[in-house]
Design a protein around this ligand. Structure first.
Ligand code: 1GP
Length: 235
């Protein structure tokens, strides 16, 4: 089964832990791997806005600790590792920065085409309130305001119609608020492709709220960075 099929076919929301390569000490990875190996975590995502270590090495370290799929969630083309199982090939469709809509993709297209990496085209939609997230700043784009549900839904539909295979609703890493269940449901009801949701999940209540909308995959980063046992607390 491909990674894409695994994301698409699960009946209930699956969980991905986002590993920021700069914060991926072996000790932290070991703590996270414990939850990967007992079936609580379905995927490990690897990526960040700014990275100062080798993503390749981080992926290799993860691979030594667990067999669950490692999916690249690259903040830039510098974060590609052919040791990963798949890569989200993200187009930042909430923004109007051509480099992040198609430019960076052109630079690495030939390399990806001849690699064995499973490449999953993903419409990345950044939703944000008053606080400017690192993603918003670095990408030089504006997030869609959370109350503009019609714009969020229309953007997701446009992504599907353009042929993208996944939609990722992103509140931003460490965001004050996660994406509300009603918005997720509205988007989900308008899509036939799988939906990933992440950003700002800080406690069990936040997690259960996102889960109630049943997206295909829920991504958690910061809360697990701060406390790997968060994973045992949310169920
Ligand atoms: C960020 O969606 C992910 O890209 C996870 O966000 O770090 O807030 O969990 P958090």
């Amino acid at each position: 089964m491909t990674i894409y099929q695994k994301i698409k076919l699960a009946a209930a929301s699956q969980i991905a832990v986002l590993i920021d390569p700069d914060k991926a000490s072996v000790q932290h990875l070991k703590q996270v791997a414990k939850y990967c190996n007992n079936g609580i975590v379905d995927f490990i995502f690897v990526g960040g806005s700014i990275v100062s270590v080798s993503v390749d090495e981080v992926v290799q370290n993860i691979k030594q600790l667990t067999n669950i799929p490692v999916v690249l969630f690259p903040g830039s083309p510098l974060q590609i590792s052919y040791k990963a199982d798949a890569m989200l090939f993200m187009s930042l469709i909430s923004g109007r920065n051509p480099e992040l809509l198609i430019g960076h993709h052109v630079l690495v297209a030939k390399l990806l085409k001849k690699s064995d990496l499973e490449v999953v085209s993903t419409g990345y939609i950044l939703i944000g309130g008053n606080k400017i997230s690192a993603t918003e700043y670095i990408s030089n784009t504006r997030a869609i305001p959370p109350n503009k549900v019609d714009v969020i839904v229309s953007t997701a539909i446009a992504g599907e119609l353009l042929g993208l295979k996944l939609i990722y609703l992103e509140a931003g890493s460490g965001a004050n608020s996660y994406i509300d269940a009603q918005t997720i449901t509205e988007v989900k009801n308008n899509l036939t492709i799988p939906l990933i949701v992440g950003g700002g999940i800080k406690n069990r209540t936040d997690f259960l709220s996102v889960k109630s909308a049943n997206p295909n995959l829920i991504v958690i980063g910061t809360a697990i960075e701060q406390n790997p046992d968060f994973l045992s607390e949310i169920f």
